[in-house]
Ligand binder design. Sequence first.
Ligand SMILES: [Zn+2]
Length: 122
Amino acid sequence: MSIRIKENYYKVVWRWYLAPIRLNQIDKKYSKQCWRGCQEIGTYIHMWWSCKYVQKFWENVFKEIKGITKTEIIGTPEIALLSFMDNIQISKELKELIANLVTAARLLKAKKWKGREELLNM
Ligand SMILES: [Zn+2]
């Protein structure tokens, strides 16, 4: 596993990326709301997974994965955010390929952490 992939994994797991609700806890001048304009509270899981704008992004990622691997994988936060696929019956090689694909998507998502417009066009 490359350093960049490991770095992203640890940053996601250890919550290096600050969500709006966390920023609000640090300083009240920041709003708790998601900065993508969906009007929801910006929790960590909301910002990475459940925001309607992020859901569209992940739908596209898993659609591309299906196209590349010819395998239907139901997108879950465990797969998207942690590359966790122990409960899926596919080959080790396919799991590694999917892990690399979701990691690439996660790196892209992290790069556009505060963006909305860019996210919609990915
Ligand atoms: Zn949102």
